[in-house]
Design a protein around this ligand. Structure first.
Ligand SMILES: NC(=O)c1ccc[n+]([C@@H]2O[C@H](COP(=O)([O-])OP(=O)(O)OC[C@H]3O[C@@H](n4cnc5c(N)ncnc54)[C@H](OP(=O)(O)O)[C@@H]3O)[C@@H](O)[C@H]2O)c1
Length: 310
């Protein structure tokens, strides 16, 4: 059964729906586990066909249950749903990758995932201390996962331009995706255009940026009531949140909005009856202040830390 979002073809020929339901319960709030199962079910009911999770979110069982509920009701078949999950930093040894994916699959109650990502280029030991495992070694394990058919596509998350180039120069299978933070206050133009030149699709996490409440001390613009966003929203009879999501789609990105609210879930998928002009895309891009929601400062000493250190 077709979903409401169009699909994009990845560099390995697989197709990915361009709206993915985020299920991470981190920075923007701690949804109770049952809310995740319910949100996944509502999302599929409303026409979402892509769900984003991770071993780190500890919600794979609930994501799997939400999918199983939708399948049991005859709403979709497994092959209609695109599932992304991620390898955590303390499982970066090559021989830990396939076992970690098998554990995720068990929790999800699935035979395969559509996309498996290295969550961060950073490797940690089980006690949280820095490990010196290189992500090039981790990638060999990811390639094994794809060859075994446990992941239809493989990719990375939070990789910089330099890390991506080094990986591509030293791999057998090119990463299909880089999942990174992108929103109006963090437009990531150089990294996004580099990925697009390389044929690596970009998934944009925290797509609402600072429009929604974040723990951060500094709240850069734009916010929900920003006059420039409001003017564009009024023109298209949409919300400012929808304008921001559409801005990301109009840059060719796959968006990962998170909601556990039925109305907002619907709004975040109701994006395909309008399109921004090039000028509007430029206007929204001018909000860029390189402001990150996600920084993980405690990893700053790691040799592969992918964010600014100051
Ligand atoms: N790869 C990585 O390292 C990484 C890092 C961070 C996140 N992620 C992924 O990206 C996903 C999205 O990130 P995020 O959680 O920061 O997403 P987000 O969509 O930018 O923000 C989610 C917040 O916005 C609210 N919201 C959602 N839709 C709204 C709307 N239409 N109007 C008003 N408020 C709205 C949500 O509240 P309600 O639920 O109450 O609607 C929630 O508080 C995560 O869930 C995770 O899957 C990946």
């Amino acid at each position: 059964m077709a979903g409401k979002a169009p699909v994009l073809e990845l560099n390995d020929g697989n197709k990915i729906p361009v709206v993915s339901l985020g299920t991470g319960r981190g920075t923007a709030g701690h949804a109770p586990m049952d809310e995740v199962r319910q949100a996944v079910f509502w999302a599929i009911e409303q026409g979402y066909r892509h769900i984003d999770t991770a071993a780190f979110y500890q919600d794979e069982p609930e994501v799997g249950q939400g999918i199983a509920d939708a399948i049991a009701k005859g709403m979709v078949k497994r092959e209609d749903i695109y599932v992304t999950t991620k390898l955590w930093n303390d499982r970066h040894a090559q021989d830990q990758v396939v076992p970690s994916l098998r554990e995720s699959l068990k929790r999800l109650n699935l035979e395969y995932v559509d996309l498996y990502l290295i969550h961060f280029p950073i490797a940690l030991n089980a006690d949280g201390s820095d490990s010196d495992i290189d992500y090039l070694e981790t990638w060999k394990g990811m390639e094994e996962a794809k060859k075994l058919g446990l992941a239809k596509s493989i990719g990375v998350s939070n990789f910089t331009i330099e890390q991506l180039d080094r990986l591509i120069d030293n791999c057998q299978i090119k990463p299909a995706v880089n999942q990174i933070e992108v929103h109006p206050a963090l437009t990531q133009v150089p990294l996004v255009s580099h990925c697009q030149k390389l044929g690596v699709a970009v998934m944009a996490y925290c797509p609402h940026g600072f429009l929604v409440t974040r723990k951060s001390k500094d709240i850069p613009p734009p916010q929900f009531d920003d006059p420039k966003l409001v003017a564009i929203a009024e023109k298209y009879r949409k919300t400012t949140s929808q304008v921001v999501l559409r801005y990301l789609l109009d840059r060719g990105l796959i968006i990962v909005p998170k909601s556990t609210n039925q109305t907002r879930l619907a709004q975040n998928l109701d994006l395909f009856d309008f399109k921004l002009t090039d000028e509007e895309v430029v206007t929204i891009g001018q909000f860029n202040s390189n402001s990150r929601v996600i920084i993980h400062p405690y990893w700053k000493n790691n040799v592969h830390y992918p964010f600014e250190r100051d």
